[in-house]
Each structure stands twice: as structure tokens, then as C-alpha cells.
Ligand binder design. Sequence first.
Ligand code: FAD
Length: 318
Amino acid sequence: TFTLSNPLRPAILAAARSDRMERTISRSKLTRKLVDRFVPGAAEADAMAAVRALVESGRFISVDYLGEDISHAGEAEETVRAYLSLLSAYRSLDLPATDGPAPLEVSIKLSALGQSLPGGEELALVNARTICAAAEQAGAWVNVDAEDHTTTDSTLRIVRELRREFPTVATVLQAYLHRTEADCRELAGPGSRIRLCKGAYKEPAEVAFQSKEEVDASYQRCLRVLMEGQGYPMVASHDPALIAAAQELAAETGRGSDDYEIQMLFGIRDGEQRRLVAEGGHVRTYVPFGNDWYGYFMRRIAERPANLTFFLRSLVSN
Ligand code: FAD
């Protein structure tokens, strides 16, 4: 499923950045069907229907308003508005207050909040702050997603700044990057929340491990650092070996079910998500919604040869 076993992954991830491919693929009706598997819909109401069902099944959620790499500040404003509206919709769920992990979260991408525009770091910080303040009011957590490696330093600076005011703000570290084990050490302190994932972008060998074996081994090392640390590890993976490793490390480091969580994506391994909840663990499902599904969808296709075959067939018969 990672680079070595999927030789087309780099090409698909390159296509994920192509406007021409986006136009072709978005027109295909069959592709839409496959998109629906990973994205519950374009409207906030679609996301909330999915959220309601997930919460009823005992899962936590993190909703992402799809968007990345914007080119005008106006698009960032629209993204902020979408999150404020979503956070007020969270209130309709009427969940009881809890001392443990917050069941509701939003995931934000700084590139959708202006990070790459001129003066963008400040703009993204201001926009993220607005979302964090609304999330605090709604009793929800905020997670800052990780994007490609050219953004990592800027993202970590913004997260550090946000955490001064909103200490529960979380971020994501990607095990495929060489730097991540050191970042885990630095960010495993008390109160920190870190989502550990393998990493979904096309990255050069100078900064990232390229084979599944190396990425998995790095993930295991990073996981140990986070589990032995003082923060709240969020284990984002569908990989059965890594989930088993997380459970063993949690037992070894004396973590109870409120002291870490497993995270998976909407539409992937739903049965496994339910099984983990039935066992008494916390599972948070990442729910993306909105019109800008192309980049997200292509990264899911790149991860899995079975999805890829289905997808190519749908293009040929288009
Ligand atoms: P893999 O080795 O890809 O897969 C292991 C097994 O899981 C497969 O054998 C298969 O059984 C199943 N599986 C995996 N993917 C699929 C699929 N698409 N369809 C069906 N079955 C599948 N990446 C970032 O770069 N930044 C982020 O901020 C980020 N946030 C994430 C948040 C969550 C909650 C999750 C779960 C992932 C996130 N990712 C993010 C993506 C992540 O980096 C990986 O690209 C993705 O999770 C695939 O890696 P894996 O650990 O599931 O293992």
C-alpha cells in the first residue's frame, strides 16, 4: 500500500496537483460514486448526517472542510465561515460535557487559511485563531493537519503560537519524514496532542523515507516516543500491525482508554472502527466534506492499489 508496493503512487500524487486532471476526473460520473465512498457530501448537512451516525455508534469525529492551496485571501475567509457554521451545527448534537477527550473536533489545513499567500503565515494564524475561539465556545477540539514538507516548519510555528492561547490545539506529524522522530520528542510534553500518521504527500528522498518498511519502522519509533511521553497520542492509521503496536505500547506505558485514541478516515475499515469501539477504545473518524474533494480523493487512491484499479476502470469507461 505504500510506495514500494504501489509503483504508481508518485504519478497519482503528481496528478493530484494537476488542474487538467482535476477537470477530467471531476466530469466522470463513475468517479463521483467512488468519491462518495470517502466524502459524505458537499454540504454541511451531509457532513452532519455522517457525524450524527458516527457519534451514535460511539465514535469521536473530526470534520475537515475540504480545501487546500488557495490563491486569494477571499477563499480563506470563506473557509473560516464554513468552519464557524459547522461549529455552531455541532451544538445541535447536544452532547454532555466530559472531562475526558472531546468527542467533537475540527481538522483545519493552514494552506486553506492562506499560509502560502504573501504574508500568509500571519494570515493563516489569524484565521486559525478565529476558528479556535469558536471551537472553544462549542466545546470542540481543533487539529491542524500536516501538508507537504515545505510547510512543516511554518505549521509548527503557527501551532506553537496557537497553543499559547488554546492549549488543546493538536497537530499532525508524518512518520515518513526523517525529522519526525525528533519532532515527536520535542512535542511529547504534558498537554500536547499529536496525531501520528504515515504521511500522504509525494516527498523527495532527501527528506522522507521511500519504502513501506522504512516508513513503518519510523512510525513504530515515533509511536514509542509519543506513548512514553506525557501528551495524548492520536494513532492515525488503518494498518493492523500499527494499531496492534499502539495497543501494546499503551498497555506497556500504563495508558487507559482516555489516554490515547485510534483515528481512521471516513469510509475506510468501518467494521474495524466499530470493533475497536466495542472493545472499549476511543476511535475518531475523520470526516471530510465540501466541493474541493479532488486532492483528498487522489491521495486516498494513491494509497491503495484496489481503489486505483477500480478508479482507472471508471475512467476508461467514462
Ligand atoms: P497503509 O499502509 O496505507 O494501509 C494499511 C491498510 O489499511 C491497507 O492494507 C488496507 O487494508 C487499509 N487501507 C489503507 N488505506 C486505504 C484506503 N484508501 N482504502 C481502503 N483501505 C485502505 N496524512 C497527512 O499527510 N497529513 C494529515 O494531516 C493526515 N491526517 C490523517 C488523519 C487520519 C485520521 C488518518 C487515518 C490519516 C491521515 N493522513 C494524513 C493520511 C496518512 O498519512 C496515510 O496516507 C493514510 O492513513 C494511509 O496510511 P495507513 O497508515 O492507513 O497505512
